[in-house]
Design a protein around this ligand. Sequence first.
Ligand code: GDP
Length: 452
Amino acid sequence: MVLGELGGTISRALQQMSNATIIDEKVLNECLNEISRALLQSDVQFKLVRDMQTNIKKIVNLDDLAAGHNKRKIIQQAIFNELCKMLDPGKPSFTPKKGKSCVVMFVGLQGSGKTTTCTKYAYYHQKKGWKPALVCADTFRAGAFDQLKQNATKAKIPFYGSYMESDPVKIAVEGVERFKKENCDLIIVDTSGRHKQEAALFEEMRQVSEATKPDLVIFVMDSSIGQAAFDQAQAFKQSVAVGAVIVTKMDGHAKGGGALSAVAATKSPVIFIGTGEHMDEFEVFDVKPFVSRLLGMGDWSGFMDKIQEVVPMDQQPELLQKLSEGNFTLRIMYEQFQNILKMGPIGQVFSMLPGFSAELMPKGHEKESQAKIKRYMTMMDSMTNEELDSSNPKLMNDSRIMRIARGSGRAVREVMEMLEEYKRLAKIWSKMKGLKIPKKGEMSALSRNMNA
Ligand code: GDP
């Protein structure tokens, strides 16, 4: 993932600074220059990068920081805050409410990934218990209805459209009415895109909007345009009441960071990012967790979000309870591996955990990583209940390790490697110790606290 490279450069710069014996002006400047270069390569506007540098230097006045101050921590915090500021539109997005027939209209240029994103959005909500439906009001592009129909069928989401009708407004109204009657709570209307911004497109958008009265209009844009996203987002905002933005193709383009910061500058909240062609390559976008991931600090809320998707509802409180007690046993690791294997694109999930993606899950080696997890699980199948349920690392003595290796047909070295991985994971998850157990629906608030 190209964004991963940006994150990698930034966290390496921070790491280098941390490794320096003394943090002086020169070390700070080197770190800031490295981060600035990475941001400029991502097509972040020069002025934003320059302002970030100036602000950080103002906050981190090395001369004024008395000895004993943790300079590294202060610098890291300042960089974190400035990057958040760069991506923060200063305005929250409207969030549809479950159970009320909510109409969400998608707009954007042709090729931006609009149709794909409509299904991803529907699928995401369906997994969270919503009853979504898709309406294809794109009568401009030949094949648009077929594409939507195909995606919707695959995801088992009801859809509406027509091969014969050429009036997008009529289709949109009929579709919305039908799904309201069927008590769908998220009615998604896909509108036509054009090759470029043109009057006819904006007029059609206005008419569909007028007729369907959407609760939310989502503008979909391709991240490859980088900072040019500012003009595009402005143009759409001026024609129709854009309430939120989804930035697609963050997996393939070096300019993703630039696009995100440019959209923020138009004061439009980005709510999701597209990270691949598949239905589940779609992530909630939240500034703080996103930046913390960029800085290699992990993204707990993204991870928790994924957990909510795959850990059965009734098991979530139990898992959180165990974690809150600081009891990360091998059995929990086993169960989490099972869940992770169900989660789809595995690298995506792991990249949300601090320190994880690079080691257990190197990018581009997802198949091997998956095989590794399965291997670990085979070894754990040869463990006794006592071993699985203990959180005492001393229990795993040589004779137990040898027995597990024999039982699973694996080398002793491999069992030891698996146990090392367990220790590493237990350390990461120990951050969960003492967390308050959330009530239903409070998971995201909890995870946001953890990122704070
Ligand atoms: P539309 O014309 O705006 O409706 O665009 P489509 O939904 O047809 O998408 C155009 C192309 O972009 C298709 O090949 C999609 O598979 C691809 N696409 C959409 N979103 C993403 C994404 O997040 N990442 C990648 N790599 N490709 C995407």
